[in-house]
Design a protein. Structure first.
Length: 347
């Protein structure tokens, strides 16, 4: 339980992170490893991680890039395509290579060009996943250009997700990085096999942040931040104590030049101060006693994995977030750049 200035919780996990590859991976990994014991690693590389061999090789590269002496387990995911083989999924899951599979609707976001063009095309893989208890992780946005970008999640629920859950009522499903009151309502109304991750940015900012005095590319991610009423619904859900919501940063590093561009990439690099950022939200909501459930308990229980040993202590104090960080040669602007966060992790 918190006292006035310090809070100690069980070591947390990040149930949704983009680690990338190569030098950038080597540069960003230490931030995740500093805070989290495990992380669900997104497979949207180029080419995507879409079979068992690719996932084994990627996992090896992550392990080789870890700072010396780290204690960190990457949990790998399989990128679903129109031609995913259900037997490959089942083999990867049985062998402990895949923890889950990720559904990107084709062209919904960064690295989704090989994604699924119609969920009907993955009917068989999804049936197999339901049968073997393998979680489906969903990027929940429709992609048709006729749908307003701020409505893409709500329309996805109605057109794709609700019918999918109706057809496969026992499928374990994580609605990733939810951004709307509609998504909270959907998760609430579904069974215990349907859960959601929530990012720090969607708890902190609404869509105004992208236009504060000019275009703000570092506040742009997908799904895009929505109206204030949605942010408030997410804060209520995350701090409610419900086991259906857990920590998933969606930390998505892009070089400054790729963000500050005529066509800037989607993604917010929040890994450097992720836990501190969540702690600030739970503090503001008077719910610090519920941070441990959200960060360290609900995720493993949903995935059927053991809780971590060990703990991390946060301290209430102002920390300045740098304007830019260097990821082994690539400059990247972190979330909260140039601001003070009211918490720090005690080393
Ligand atoms: O903003 C995002 N960035 N959303 C995603 O879904 C993908 C991610 C990335 O990989 O950069
Ligand atoms: Zn993501």
């Amino acid at each position: 339980m918190p006292n006035d200035t310090r809070l100690t919780i069980r070591r947390p996990d990040d149930w949704h992170v983009h680690l990338r590859d190569g030098d950038v991976m080597r540069g960003v990994l230490p931030y995740t490893v500093r805070q989290f014991a495990r992380a669900i690693v997104m497979p949207n590389l180029s080419p995507p991680i879409a079979d068992v061999d690719a996932a084994i090789a990627y996992r090896e590269r992550i392990l080789a890039a870890l700072p010396q002496g780290s204690d960190f387990t990457p949990l790998m995911t399989c990128y679903l395509t129109d031609s995913t083989d259900p037997a490959e999924l089942a083999r990867g899951f049985a062998e402990g290579v895949f923890t889950a599979a990720k559904l990107y609707p084709a062209h919904a976001t960064t690295g989704s060009a090989h994604g699924v063009t119609d969920v009907a095309n993955i009917a068989k893989p999804l049936e197999t996943m339901q049968d073997i208890g393998m979680p489906l992780l969903v990027h929940g946005e429709v992609t048709d250009p006729g749908t307003d970008i701020f409505d893409r999640e709500a329309v996805f629920i109605e057109r794709i997700l609700a019918p999918l859950v109706g057809r496969l009522p026992d499928l374990k499903l994580v609605f990733e990085h939810i951004t709307t009151a509609d998504a909270v309502g959907f998760v609430e109304s579904a069974g215990p096999n349907v859960a959601a991750t929530i990012t720090p940015q969607h708890l902190h900012i609404n869509r105004n942040a992208m236009f504060a005095g000019g275009l703000r590319p570092h506040a742009y991610c997908l799904p895009v931040a929505k109206r204030e009423k949605h942010r408030l619904a997410l804060r209520k859900a995350a701090t409610s104590g419900s086991p259906k919501y857990f920590l998933g940063t969606d930390s998505a590093p892009h070089a400054v030049s790729a963000k500050e561009s005529a066509c800037g990439c989607a993604g917010i690099f929040n890994a450097p101060f992720a836990l501190e950022s969540y702690a600030a939200v739970f503090d503001e909501e008077g719910a610090l006693d519920r941070l441990e459930g959200f960060a360290s308990e609900h995720g493993p229980r949903f995935y059927g994995l053991p809780l971590n040993d060990g703990s991390v202590t946060l301290e209430r104090t102002d920390v300045e977030v740098p304007a830019v960080l260097d990821a082994c040669g690539t400059p990247i602007v972190p979330f909260h750049a140039g601001e003070a966060i009211g918490w720090r992790i005690v080393p």
